[in-house]
Design a protein around this ligand. Structure first.
Ligand code: R5P
Length: 314
C-alpha cells in the first residue's frame, strides 16, 4: 500500500532517445530556503497579483513595515467551550485588543464581547459544525458571505483536516470560502488542523500548507515544527502564520516565535500562550517585539519579567 504522505513524484518513464544520465529520477528536494521568494510590487508573499480590496485587507492584517503579523486567536470556544482564559472574553481579551494586529474569533463572540468601536481587523472563523466531543473534522461553512461582509471581516478562517476523516468536506469548505471571498475582496485563511493520528512534522505540515495554498488560500496557519520548518515555509507560496498550541513556559513560547519567523513564518496567530500567560498584556508586548523587530527571545523575556514585576507592585 503506498504511503499517502510520500509526495515524491514517481519516476517518469525515460524517453527511449534520452541519455541515461538525464533519465535518472532526482530524489533530492530543492526547497532553497535561503533564496527569498520574490514579491514584485507588493510587500507580501504571493499577493502581488491580487485585486486592491484583497491587498488592502492583507495590508491591515500584515504590517507593511515588517511584513508580519501578531494575530490574537480566541476562537477556541467554538469547539472547546469556555476554555481556561476565555471564560469571560469581555474581561480577558478586551484589554489586549489595542496591542495586537488582528483579532481571530467567531461571529458570536464578536457581536457579544468586542465593542464595535474596535477598528482592528478581524479574521472571522467561518467553519463550524464540530466540537471536542465528536469527530472534529466534520465541519461545514457556518457563516454566509453576507454576514462576513456585514461584520467587515478582513479575512475568513477555515479549518482544513488534510488526511482527516472528512478531508474532502473540509477542502470543499476551503474552496467554497475562497470563491465567496474572491467575489468581494475578502482573503481566506486556511488553517491546518492536525488530527490526532497525524504527525506534526515538516513532511505532513508541508503537504497540508501547500495543498491549502494551491487551492487558493491567501495565507495559511500551521504549527511550528522541528526540524525543517524552513522547508514548510519555503514550499508555501503564501504567508504562513503559526499557532501557539498548548500553553508553554513563556520563554519557550517566545523562542518558538523567534525560530518560526527566522525560518520564514510571517508571524503568529496565537491564543493560549497569550491569554493563559501570567501577564497576557506583557506577553503580547513580548511576542510583538520578537515577531516584528526580531528581538532575541531572552531579551523579550527579560522585558516580560520586568513587566510582571511592576504589575505585582500595583
Ligand atoms: C482552535 O480552535 C483555533 O484554530 C485556534 O485559533 C488555534 O489553535 C490557535 O490558538 P492556540 O495558539 O491556542 O493554539
Amino acid at each position: 500500500m503506498p504511503d499517502p504522505l510520500d509526495t515524491t513524484p514517481s519516476a517518469p518513464t525515460p524517453a527511449a532517445s534520452a541519455p541515461a544520465a538525464s533519465a535518472a529520477p532526482s530524489t533530492s528536494k530543492a526547497f532553497a530556503p535561503d533564496v527569498p521568494f520574490e514579491t514584485p510590487g507588493y510587500f507580501l508573499r504571493g499577493a502581488a497579483n491580487l485585486d486592491w480590496g484583497l491587498k488592502n485587507r492583507l495590508a491591515r492584517i500584515f504590517q507593511p513595515r515588517s511584513g508580519r503579523t501578531v494575530m490574537l486567536a480566541f476562537d477556541h470556544g467554538y469547539i472547546m467551550g469556555p476554555t481556561t482564559g476565555l471564560e469571560r472574553i469581555d474581561l480577558t481579551i478586551a484589554p489586549l485588543i489595542d496591542a495586537v494586529d488582528v483579532l481571530m474569533c467567531t461571529r458570536g463572540i464578536l457581536r457579544t464581547c468586542i465593542p464595535p468601536t474596535c477598528t482592528k481587523p478581524v479574521a472571522l472563523r467561518v467553519s463550524a459544525g464540530a466540537t471536542i466531543l465528536r469527530e472534529l473534522s466534520r465541519e461545514h461553512i457556518g457563516v454566509e458571505i453576507e454576514d462576513a461582509i456585514r461584520l467587515d471581516a478582513a479575512a475568513m478562517a477555515v479549518q482544513v483536516y488534510v488526511g482527516g476523516e472528512y478531508e474532502h468536506a473540509t477542502l470543499a469548505n476551503l474552496t467554497q470560502t475562497i470563491d465567496a471571498g474572491l467575489r468581494y475582496g475578502i482573503p481566506t485563511l486556511g488553517v491546518t488542523a492536525v488530527g490526532r493520528e497525524m504527525a506534526r512534522d515538516a513532511r505532513y505540515l508541508g503537504l497540508a500548507c501547500r495543498v491549502i495554498a494551491e487551492l487558493g488560500a491567501h495565507y495559511v496557519k500551521t504549527y511550528y515544527c522541528e526540524p525543517d520548518f524552513e522547508q514548510v515555509t519555503a514550499a508555501c507560496p503564501v504567508p504562513i502564520v503559526i499557532a501557539g498550541g498548548k500553553k508553554l513556559p513563556e520563554l519557550d513560547a517566545l523562542k518558538m516565535c523567534y525560530k518560526a519567523v527566522q525560518q520564514g513564518a510571517a508571524g503568529v496567530d496565537m491564543g493560549r500562550n497569550i491569554f493563559q500567560a501570567e501577564n497576557p498584556l506583557a506577553m503580547v508586548a513580548a511576542v510583538n517585539t520578537v515577531v516584528h523587530d526580531l528581538t532575541p527571545p531572552a531579551d523579550a523575556y527579560a522585558a516580560y519579567q520586568e513587566a510582571c514585576f511592576e504589575a505585582s507592585k500595583s
